[in-house]
Design a protein around this ligand. Structure first.
Ligand code: ATP
Length: 275
């Protein structure tokens, strides 16, 4: 069963158990999602629906995964977009793209016979940045205004509930208008994993891999201070590649050591100035 549409097509639906660590984030999000799962009761109490959740934190910490899990948890269609897709040189194009995004959520929900949709917008600071702060600010302003219009208009359709989840690693750049009640009401921090969370993430990403007897994931978790979930996934994958190159049947401790070095070196190479 695949409930994903848009650019982030995934084959197996992601659920909260596929995400290591992030316990407070998962709890906050699940709590917030109750309004979609029990919408009748919330309506009966006169509680206004939650429209937006903003996920903030460094790259590769699981923000996209959390949004996908939210869609699975609420039996919603999942639509993804990135803030940079909305920025065009021509006036009005960005605003038009925002409209199409919400229209496609409605279409997809209808097609898959779902009564809710999660719209995930990665790098939302690009489109929801402080107004007037960009060089071609008119275009940005129109795009952000259109997002606000769409979010304000979401309440009326009884057939379809839409939740917008935005992700950013620059929460400081977000326009205050997006953070007002009825827009991104909840802000959820998605931080780098601590040692316990790193162990959980390593366990998830080695579940389908043959590990040698000398491998202690708890040691690897200790040695990967400040690694993100995405980097830990990369460590597991690279370690398997090193093992395969040696035609080993199991991934050994030294393969993980090499993989950790490679991921650290890769990061350094990326950060090196190019001039
Ligand atoms: P970005 O800000 O760069 O878009 P992100 O926070 O959205 O990053 P994801 O796209 O969710 O990060 O994570 C990238 C990949 O890293 C995931 O597909 C997964 O393989 C791995 N990963 C990241 N965080 C976790 C986690 N908490 N548990 C398990 N895997 C994780």
């Amino acid at each position: 069963k695949n409930n994903s549409v848009g650019t982030g097509m995934s084959h197996k639906p992601i659920d909260f158990n596929d995400i290591g660590g992030q316990t407070p984030a998962k709890q906050e999000i699940q709590e917030a999602l109750e309004f979609m799962r029990k919408s009748d009761r919330f309506k009966a109490m006169g509680i206004r629906p939650l429209k937006g959740i903003l996920l903030t934190g460094p790259p590769g910490t699981g923000k996209t995964l959390l949004a996908k899990a939210a869609a699975t948890y609420t039996d919603s269609v999942f639509i993804t977009a990135s803030g940079s897709e909305f920025i065009e040189m021509y006036a009005g194009v960005g605003a038009q793209r925002v409209r199409s995004l919400f229209e496609s959520a409605k279409k997809q929900a209808k097609k898959f016979k779902k009564n809710s949709a999660v719209i995930f917008i990665d790098e939302i600071e690009v489109l929801g940045g402080k107004r007037g702060s960009h060089s071609s600010h008119l275009e940005y302003d129109q795009t952000l205004n259109q997002l606000l219009v769409e979010m304000d208009g979401m309440k009326t359709d009884p057939e379809l509930q839409i939740l917008v989840m935005g992700a950013t690693n620059r929460a400081d750049l977000i326009d205050a208008a997006l953070l007002r009640p009825g827009r991104f009401d909840r802000i959820v921090n998605v931080d780098l994993p601590d040692v316990t969370s790193r162990l959980q993430i390593l366990t998830i990403h080695t579940a389908n891999k043959p590990l040698g007897e000398d491998v202690r994931l708890s040691m690897i978790a200790k040695e990967t201070f400040s690694f993100s979930g995405a980097q830990l996934e990369s460590v597991c994958n690279e370690a398997a590649i090193y093992a395969m190159r040696e035609e080993a049947s199991f991934i050994l401790s030294r393969h993980f050591k090499e993989a950790i070095d490679k991921v650290i070196m890769g990061e350094k190479a990326e950060k090196k100035p190019t001039n």
